[in-house]
Design a binder for this molecule. Structure first.
Ligand code: ATP
Length: 255
């Protein structure tokens, strides 16, 4: 399995605080990697560096051998990387369909939402965006909500909507920051099902999550952070038995 993503020695210092300290790991094609660790361990900062929201103090990230570090956020989408956020980032005043259509703009030649002229290329792009968004929303059982205002949806549905927007342009690597947070058990299982299905289709995932059962079920490999440092990496089985991880994070009850 070739490496899709290589994280090499990432460090981030905020003034006197070292939020992430010399963290390295890889993600192979079609692999699901989870990042876990106690609150404040540096998970979100690591995520932000990988997705170019935050520049590292040291280290670099390669995607299919190309350097990501220093690129614009929009470039990442073009390269085939998407991400969701711990705090939902949907367009509340737009409809469900429009939100997901926005996610397709990376694959379009024209800007569907600002194009003033009714050129054939704009129409083709609009049709593409509509069909791609419709197909994803149908797959996720949300096709009866197409014209609802996104801000009016329940929290669980808004999480699904953000996920739909992240996957609509079929990125190779999908980064999810706490995709199950705030979801009930049924919603969590549904979300886990979508992730497994996409893995079957060859997509790779990097996700941060606190729900242990879901992580153990989904992840091929787990990276554990504590105080910004990687203290362990391994399969779910290995991580559950790792003494350092148990004392730093998991506690005795999980084993
Ligand atoms: N912009 C910032 N400026 C200063 N310190 C920051 C900044 N962002 C994060 N930190 C600090 O870096 C450390 C890591 O924070 P981070 O949010 O990455 O942890 P986390 O593992 O994602 O936590 P949680 O599980 O609570 O989301 C913390 O000590 C935090 O206070």
């Amino acid at each position: 399995m070739g490496d899709l993503l290589q994280v090499n020695g990432l460090t981030k210092k905020f003034g006197g605080v070292t939020a992430v300290n010399d963290v390295s790991f890889q993600i192979g094609e079609g692999e699901i990697v989870a990042v876990i660790g106690p609150n404040g361990a540096g998970k979100t900062t690591l995520f932000n560096m990988i997705s170019s929201y935050v520049q590292p103090t040291e280290g670099e990230v390669l995607f299919k051998g190309k350097k990501l570090t220093g690129r614009k956020i929009f470039d990442l989408a073009h390269l085939g990387i998407s991400r969701t956020f711990q705090n939902l980032q949907i367009f509340s005043n737009m409809t469900v369909l429009e939100n997901v259509m926005m996610g397709t703009s990376v694959n379009l030649k024209t800007n569907v939402f600002s194009a003033g002229f009714r050129l054939p290329s704009v129409k083709r792009d609009e049709e593409y965006a509509y069909k791609a968004a419709y197909d994803v929303l149908t797959m996720m059982g949300m096709n009866d909500l197409l014209h609802e205002q996104a801000g009016q949806l329940s929290y669980g549905l808004q999480k699904k909507l953000e996920f739909a927007r992240a996957i609509v342009y079929k990125p190779e690597l999908i980064m999810l920051d706490e995709p199950m947070a705030g979801l009930n058990d049924a919603e969590t299982n549904t979300m886990a099902g979508y992730i497994s299905d996409l893995k079957e289709k060859g997509h790779s995932f990097l996700f941060v999550e606190h729900k242990m059962a879901t992580i153990m079920q989904l992840a091929d490999r787990i990276v554990v952070l504590d105080f910004g440092t990687k203290i362990a990496e391994g399969t779910p089985d290995e991580i559950q038995k790792n003494e350092k991880v148990i004392s730093a994070y998991l506690g005795e009850e999980v084993i």
